[in-house]
Design a protein around this ligand. Structure first.
Ligand code: ADP
Ligand code: MG
Length: 680
């Protein structure tokens, strides 16, 4: 019997009530239990404080040197401090909300403390303490997430029992030939060592094997999707007269940059080919993606089909409509705008002309995917800022045509490592060059006490008829606090800049209210916009030349870059001022990098290195695969290897016919990889 089909209650010691507890953690089968991995390994071997870095967690041994002092705060909170001699350092150990520790501390006693080290304050914030002298072997403590009445010790016992009874029944998805090639452990040994590592060496080997498997499976899925996608959408090539497209390009007010030319060619080739285009177009803010979209739409219409462009907000839809209409209608194309504010007769009219094929290009918000919107012959769908649309919305739009080509555009530069892991099923085009003559946004880092000077600078820009954004302090804990902050700052600034109108934007406004605020700013009805980070992506207000970001160290580099990209869109010199009293090394580093580079790809790579992939998009709904063991930054080389292996397997025959690949193949079948409905 497969371990997936055996219930956890088949493991020694697991009764019904514990099974219930496990179920709430998503562990149903023996397979789930064996694969429920620690999320961290704590190193409890004793450290010399001189080797511990600032803000690092460490375990140290020392002797209590003073009477502990205990203070209470409201809501039963407490802080216990005690001086401890650790080697030659006299440090302060701090215990939050562990008042009961006080009675166990006496001067001269040996204690083992685990916690976070603050090298400046010489303070260890303790979360684990052991009394008396401890045995000194290499001790690795796997840490698991547990819930309810289930303890870690108990969980580990269950896992051990599961190994005893079923460890040998684990199926190895990685065939022996690959394991031999890379000297990887078989699955049962690797998994066992993930749970019960005897040494770091054992753990390292186990992890290497698990990472390879995870990345190989992921790459196989992605590449199989892509292959099937190509094979199944036959005979849909768009046929357009190349000369006409070229003369359209020649009619544009400026020559394409060589990067625009390259991605245009990639897209046109996809359109002509028989397979369905599934392409991601990346380009930094201002790199000129809209023109590329216009050319693709033109080609689609030239091939007697219709095109659609979907964007996340009404105001963006309006902006795109204006710029695309000015480019396309002069060439005889009919372009229409459909949003939820287009109502009544006008709406009816647009819908019927769309169904008749009179409208060539439709631009709009998610209003485009309502059922009543029917195209005569939809050939190309483009979405801008695609990560803001759900997979489902994208599919609905695509299904409005018979396998139309799809182009996703995004201004978030994604480092290659992430791009191949997240978008492994897509082709990727990159515009890595800015149009000539673009002025670099001057970026400065200012401390809070310089706020007056900063506001003076803002005043000067406003007095010259320009506009400015002020992004408000971000308070991680709660959206409510963010909003309150924005409201306060708005009041202060409105008071300071009496002769100007100061707008306010935050997450608690309805989308209609947000649109209204944005519209006021876009039309210069308000000159200064105070906003939380909700300020719309992609919005183009060329007259805005100043971006001020409070508490800038709270943002990641990619987010700072996105925010900065709101300015520098016109011909005037633009400025970005980062206000930050950053103390941490990492925060200072980010401020410095921002003032030194304006290349989105450089920034995104740095961001990834500094913060890791989880935080990369600034939220968790990034579409980033949730790897259990692998880390796409550190395991980059393995990712490349797995990717090549996957490509070889997908295009070769072993996977389909070789018996040793059977477990891998049936895994892919179970994942629905061969089922076309599961595309994207
Ligand atoms: P984004 O990639 O952020 O969507 P846009 O398409 O809005 O950028 O382009 C930004 C600005 O650059 C627009 O005003 C556009 O007209 C201009 N632009 C685009 N391509 C070129 C080019 N090749 N040469 C000069 N200006 C260009
Ligand atoms: Mg754009």
């Amino acid at each position: 019997m497969k371990l997936e089909q055996l219930s956890v209650t088949d493991v020694n010691g697991v009764g019904d009530s514990k099974a219930e507890e496990l179920r709430s953690m998503g562990i149903l089968s023996v397979h789930d239990l064996l694969n429920y991995l620690p999320f961290r390994y704590d190193d409890h071997s004793l450290k010399d404080l001189s080797e511990v870095k600032h803000e690092e967690r460490a375990t140290v041994e020392g002797k209590v040197h003073s009477e502990p002092s205990l203070r209470y705060f409201p809501k039963k909170k407490s802080k216990l401090s005690v001086r401890v001699l650790v080697g030659r350092y006299l440090i302060t150990a701090v215990f939050f909300n562990q008042h009961y520790v006080k009675n166990q501390l006496s001067i001269g006693q040996t204690v083992t403390l685990t916690g976070k080290w603050d090298v400046h304050k010489m303070t260890l914030t303790v979360n684990e303490v052991k009394f008396g002298i401890q045995p000194k072997d290499e001790s690795i403590d796997p840490v698991y997430t547990v819930r309810g009445r289930l303890g870690v010790k108990q969980l580990r016992r269950f896992i051990k029992n599961a190994f005893l009874s079923y460890g040998n029944n684990l199926t190895d998805k990685v065939p022996e030939s690959l394991r031999e090639m890379y000297k990887l452990l078989p699955i049962n040994q690797a998994l066992y060592n993930m749970h019960f590592p005897q040494s770091y060496q054992h753990l390292k080997h186990a992890r290497r094997r698990m990472v390879y498997e995870e990345l190989l499976l992921f790459q196989l899925k992605m590449q199989m999707f892509r292959k099937i996608n190509r094979e199944q959408s036959e005979g849909k090539g768009l046929h357009f007269a190349k000369e006409k497209v070229e003369s359209f390009i020649a009619s544009l007010p400026f020559p394409l940059t060589s990067a625009q030319r390259r991605v245009t060619d990639e897209i046109l080739k996809d359109l002509t080919s028989n397979y369905r285009m599934n392409r991601l177009l990346q380009g930094d803010v201002g790199s000129g993606k809209t023109v590329v979209a216009a050319i693709a739409l033109y080609a689609a219409v030239e091939a007697s089909t219709q095109g659609a462009l979907m964007v996340p907000t009404e105001i963006l839809a309006e902006q795109h409509f204006q710029s695309l209409e000015s480019m396309l209608s002069s060439c005889g194309l009919s372009v229409a705008l459909l949003t939820s504010s287009v109502k009544g007769k006008r709406r009816k009219d647009i819908l019927s002309r769309l169904a008749d094929g009179e409208i060539d290009v439709l631009i709009g918000t998610h209003a485009l995917i309502q059922e009543e919107v029917v195209f005569k012959r939809l050939g190309l769908v483009i979405t801008d800022e695609q990560h803001r649309f759900g997979v489902k919305q994208r599919r609905v739009l695509r299904e409005k045509g018979e396998n139309p080509d799809v182009l996703f555009m995004t201004a978030t530069p994604i480092p290659r490592t992430l791009a191949i892991s997240v978008f492994g099923d897509m082709d990727v085009s990159v515009i890595d060059e800015m149009p000539a003559g673009r002025k670099v946004i001057e970026t400065y880092w200012a401390k809070h006490h310089m706020l007056d000077r900063v506001l003076g600078f803002v005043q000067k820009e406003l007095d010259q008829g320009r506009q400015a954004y002020v992004i408000c302090p971000l308070i991680e804990e709660s959206d409510k606090l963010d909003v309150q902050n924005a409201i306060d700052v708005h009041a202060q600034l409105q008071h300071y800049f009496k002769q100007y109108k100061v707008g306010l934007m935050h997450g608690r406004l309805t989308s209609a209210e947000k649109e209204e605020v944005m519209r006021e700013f876009a039309t210069n009805a308000c000159q200064l916009l105070v906003s939380t980070t909700v300020v719309e992506v992609g919005v183009n207000v060329p007259n805005a030349t100043m971006m001020v970001i409070y508490d800038a160290e709270r943002f990641g580099l990619s987010q700072l870059h996105q925010l900065r990209g709101r300015v520098g869109r016109g011909s005037e010199q633009s400025y970005c001022i980062l206000i930050s009293d950053a103390k941490s090394q990492d925060g200072k580093e980010r401020m410095r990098i921002m003032t030194e580079t304006s290349d989105g790809f450089v920034l995104s790579q740095k961001d990834l290195e500094l913060r890791g992939p989880g935080d990369f998009f600034g939220n968790k709904q990034s579409g980033l695969p949730d790897f259990k063991v692998a880390d796409v930054v550190h395991d980059y080389r393995v990712l490349e290897v797995a990717r090549n292996d996957a490509a070889r397997l997908v295009n070769g025959t072993e996977l389909y016919y070789d018996a040793s690949f059977e477990p891998l193949k049936s895994y892919l079948e179970d994942e629905g990889v061969f089922d076309p409905e599961r595309l994207d």
